[in-house]
Write a protein that binds this ligand. Structure first.
Ligand SMILES: [Zn+2]
Length: 1013
């Protein structure tokens, strides 16, 4: 049995002798490949090697590539910085120490160069370390220029012969990124030691990699999170008998989701890695994670594969993945496999930067202990079972060390690097072919381009979307004149096969239609090397409910045009590419003041920049028009800003910055207005998880909306919330967020306090976020009472998804209930919503149809009776007559008495509360007065219109139910979202639903029409 310590030690002793004696000959094996074995002529570092063996817990948790360390006279080993070897128990270096070592390497060997690639949100440095032969490093620029030609085949006129010449001479770049997920702690030390090996090992196997390939390493991707994690680990070492606080913050904004930002590119780490990957013209991006025993190369993963990647890439996944498993299996390492439950649909993962930029995306899950303790680990049966893709599975129970993890990481990477280097001409040619096929996209598969028209009403949002594409290295052009394209004819599905239908079909054959675009429209050409990412972001997604994959790994839909609320036309007509256009290097929406007069008006088109402007001009008098009006020759929507007492020059500058168009008017419009205030905002987080609210913080910071960041614990401590805040945002909690968890927090009846604060042991923990002496207590019943009092005294509480469920279940919003779904499956999809009450300030600037992000949102139902649950309806109800005399439309007759007509049943829509009946009004103390009833602002679309992008199954359960509800309570409001309006920097089109609530917090009843009874 593996768990037994005695057996392990015996086995270890035998094994350590084995590798030293059996060091194979450093020559080509009979199969023509170089053997993975050390150079017997090169001395080994005996002490370091002994420790490797000591810290490795079983003979099969290592390989001939990492079971020794070559000695070097000049180059220090990781021990120089770590004080012990890589993977040693109890040793976790800060990013700074990792960098210190990499720079020591740079100083002592010509095979290593360190590059600074940017900083994090908290100002920490990110680096990339290049390891290769001195000659390769000397010729980096020339090599980059050649790689650049393969990366952009237009530069060689798509000439395959020319490409072949380049392929024969260039040195490829294999980019490895470590520890993006902070509790996955092994990669930095593994990469330190691997950099050393690649620089000094004289074995032919390693020398070939060094001479043939540039290995580029970012040892720590989430630097802010790494330093927090090391703090916590040090705290744990200093308090070995205590429970230690869970890592609630990783980066400044998000935790695990930092690996879902490769679409929106809102985090610095994504931007820095993307720029490095694209800037180096790398062929591979290989990202290291730790969760699955012992090495899951999820490169191959499972279906469905992303539908925008080139099939050449999916073949590469299979080649590299299968070879990786084979190599490590031959070393006798158990638990290495490549097929698994990770589907490769969403392009949001960091590694997918490569997949979307013509490279090869790779990801390892190795087995980590979340720190550097050596621990007994027991696996679940599904983890150790032998399956068709895992013939040599992990063991049910083992003693596992950080060194074991480092052995697996390094062995996987070194065999990958070797295989890649052996086949680099193939992969380089593929790199070129994928780029070339991307350039040929318009004629090969389409579309020809995406057009973002110049007559867009939300120009600042359009600019935001284009800036995402710019960050993705996509080329953007602008039409010099107006143009017209023809639109593809959508084939109608043939209806019932009857003669009648056939004839009418013939008559109704749709005529080809055209679409005009004004001059200045943006054109994203698809005949460019990085067309793939633009295509993937702007296109629609469809995940079939019949897909064999029943558990999508992440979001299933993300269409950026829909989520940004701007027009994006998918154009297949190739003539669009002949339109006279010019490249745009910096997108900026035109803004500023036009016209003359003392009053200024800005149309409200639900652009988030309006809120930024309001806060920027804090002292200006800003009003919102409650009805549409005309002025200065322009039409203004409901909610448009009317600004007085402002310096014109200040307004002009601010509006120009933000891309907002301001019209000066001679006089204010005569419509009713109310003040638009720079509300005092608190954003509340729990100490359970900060994952999902982080995206809200990022959005507010990005928009420069000030707010206080407080925890549920703080709520309970503030006596008068209204004295400090006008609006409390309670964004989704995510993980373990049931109502009782929000109130109770973590168990306090046993265990020790879990502090989250800066101390000498933990100097990096808090960063710019929040702190507490004990993470365990939740909101508490006191806190809940404070929150309720805040609302009743005029405050506005805004909740979304699980916090909306919290508000309904805990009784903060009488008349609104949530229902559990039965079969509904909406997995991170874009869905349709419909405007119900355009008079509400929350809806200012929105159209009748709004696309929103939904992830199995709560199903709201309304009732006008306090304490009653709203009825949930699944489609139309049929009140059929009973069996009896007459036809189906006749009333039922009773023999022997005159017929009586029943009073007509009141009709109402699914999103509405059923009308209050006469029976309910008898002694109706439970009847909620009309002014206190919930007001539906948006509802989900009808079932047939619900799916915009992604997966919607069982959509009838939520179709037409409320999506955004404003519930008056005392003199304040609770505003409930079923959709998540602020998510991953991708949903900017729905940000204004939140911002409108903030700006109009004391006028939310504007435009409200009350029921009569
Ligand atoms: Zn991970």
């Amino acid at each position: 049995m593996m768990g037994s310590r005695k057996v392990r030690n015996t086995a270890l002793a035998t094994w350590s002798a084995l590798f030293l004696i059996l060091a194979p000959h450093a020559a080509r094996a009979a199969d023509g490949e170089t053997a993975p074995a050390r150079d017997p002529k090169q001395a080994i570092d005996e002490a370091y090697t002994a420790k490797i063996q000591n810290y490795t817990t079983a003979p099969y948790f290592t390989s001939p590539l990492v079971s020794y360390l070559p000695a070097s006279k000049n180059v220090p080993t990781p021990e120089a910085v770590l004080g012990d070897i890589a993977g040693a128990p109890g040793v976790l270096p800060y990013a700074e120490d990792v960098y210190k070592y990499m720079r020591l390497l740079e100083k002592t060997t010509p095979c290593v160069k360190v590059f600074s690639i940017g900083t994090t949100e908290e100002g920490r440095e990110m680096i990339a370390v290049a390891v290769s032969s001195p000659e390769n490093l000397k010729n980096l620029e020339e090599n980059r220029a050649r790689l650049g030609k393969l990366a952009d085949p237009r530069t060689i006129k798509l000439d395959d012969a020319e490409a072949d010449k380049l392929v024969a001479e260039v040195v490829p770049v294999y980019y490895i990124t470590g520890t993006i997920h902070s509790p996955e702690t092994g990669a930095p030390t593994a990469l330190m030691e691997m950099a050393y090996r690649l620089a000094v090992d004289e074995s032919p196997y390693i020398r070939e990699i060094r001479d043939g390939t540039i290995t580029l390493i970012t040892p720590v991707v989430e630097v802010d999170g790494r330093d927090r994690m090391v703090d916590l680990y040090r705290w744990h070492l200093a308090h070995p008998k205590d429970f230690y606080p869970p890592l609630i913050y990783w980066g400044k904004y998000v935790a695990h989701d930092n690996n879902r930002d490769a679409m929106g590119v809102t985090l610095k780490l994504t931007e820095n890695v993307l720029n490095t990957y694209v800037g180096w013209k790398a062929q591979v991006l290989h990202d290291l994670h730790e969760s699955v025993p012992y090495l899951y190369d999820n490169t191959v993963g499972d279906g469905p594969y992303n539908a925008w990647v080139d099939p050449i890439l999916t073949d590469e996944w299979q080649m590299i993945g299968a070879r990786n498993v084979a190599d490590m299996t031959k070393f006798g390492m158990p638990g290495v496999f490549t097929h698994g439950d990770f589907d490769t649909w969403s392009p949001g993962y960091l590694m997918f930067i490569a997949a979307m930029h013509n490279g090869i995306s790779r990801l390892y899950e190795t087995f980590g202990n979340g720190g550097a303790d050596t621990q007994e680990r027991t696996l679940d049966p599904e983890e150790y079972s032998r399956t068709w893709y895992r013939q040599n599975p992990p063991l049910p129970k083992v003693l596992w060390s950080q060194r074991d993890n480092n052995n697996y990481e390094q062995t996987g990477l070194l065999t990958s690097l070797h295989y890649f280097n052996e086949n680099k001409r193939l992969f380089l040619k593929n790199f070129y072919l994928k780029a070339k096929r991307s350039v040929m996209k318009p004629s090969q598969e389409g579309p020809a381009a995406y057009v973002l028209p110049a007559d867009e009403s939300r120009l600042s949002l359009q600019a935001e979307l284009l800036r995402v594409l710019e960050k993705q290295a996509v080329e953007i052009s602008r039409a010099k004149s107006a143009f017209t394209v023809s639109l593809p004819v959508k084939k109608e599905k043939p209806k019932k096969d009857t003669k009648d239908n056939k004839e009418t079909d013939k008559e109704k054959k749709p005529a080809p239609t055209t679409k005009d675009f004004p001059a200045g429209s943006y054109i994203v050409r698809m005949d460019q090397p990085y067309a793939r990412i633009a295509d993937a972001l702007l296109d629609h997604q469809y995940w079939s409910p019949d897909d064999p994959q029943k558990t999508p790994y992440d979001d299933t839909g993300w269409t950026f045009g829909e989520l940004f609320g701007v027009q994006v036309a998918r154009v297949t007509d190739l003539r669009v590419l002949d339109v006279a256009m010019e490249r745009v290097t910096e997108v900026h929406a035109l803004g500023g003041v036009k016209g003359d007069g003392p009053v200024f008006a800005i149309n409200n088109d639900a652009e988030p920049a309006l809120a930024t402007l309001r806060y920027k001009l804090k002292d200006a008098g800003v009003e919102a028009a409650e009805e549409p009006f005309e002025g200065g020759g322009k039409k203004f929507n409901r909610g448009s800003f009317v600004i007085r007492s402002v310096n014109r020059a200040d307004l002009d500058r601010a509006a120009a910055d933000l891309g907002l168009q301001v019209v000066a008017l001679g006089a204010a419009p005569s419509v009713k207005t109310h003040p638009v205030r720079a509300a005092r905002v608190a954003l509340v987080h729990t100490w359970l998880s900060t994952q999902t609210e982080g995206w809200w913080r990022l959005a507010l910071d990005d928009l420069k909306i000030p707010y206080n960041y407080i925890s549920t614990q703080t709520i309970a401590k503030i006596d008068d919330l209204n004295a400090k805040y006008d609006v409390i945002l309670f964004p989704p909690v995510g993980f373990s967020s049931g109502p009782t968890a929000i109130i109770n927090g973590m168990p306090t009846a046993w265990g020790n306090p879990l502090p989250w604060k800066n101390t000498p042991e933990t100097p990096n923990l808090v960063g710019k976020n929040d702190s507490t002496d004990d993470m365990r207590p939740g909101l508490g019943w006191d806190g809940l009472a404070k929150l309720q009092a805040f609302v009743r005294k005029g405050g506005v509480l805004l909740t979304a998804t699980d916090t909306s469920r919290f508000a309904t279940e805990i009784g903060l919003v009488p008349g609104v209930s949530t229902h559990a779904s039965e079969r509904m499956k909406i997995v991170g999809s874009v869905v349709g919503t419909r405007l119900v009450d355009g008079g509400s300030p929350i809806a200012y600037g929105y159209d009748e149809k709004v696309s929103a992000y939904c992830d199995n949102g709560p199903i709201f139902s309304l009732s006008s009776i306090a304490g009653a649950r709203g009825r949930r309806r699944l489609g139309n109800e049929s009140h059929s007559r009973p069996t009896g005399r007459g036809t189906v439309d006749d009333p039922d007759f009773t023999v022997g008495r005159p017929g009586v007509e029943a009073p007509e049943e009141p009709t109402y829509e699914i999103w509405e509360a059923p009308p209050v009946t006469d029976e309910q009004r008898r002694n109706g103390f439970r009847v909620i007065p009309p002014a206190d009833r919930a007001r539906v602002i948006f509802r989900y679309a009808d079932q047939k219109d619900l799916l915009i992008s992604g997966l919607v199954e069982g959509g009838n359960e939520i179709a037409q139910h409320p999506a955004v509800v404003d519930v008056p309570s005392g003199s304040g409001h609770v505003v409930l979202f079923s959709v998540n309006p602020v998510y991953r920097g991708e949903t900017r089109g729905t940000y204004s639903m939140v911002l409108n609530t903030i700006l109009n917090f004391d006028s939310l009843n504007a435009g409200r029409k009350l029921a009569e009874k």
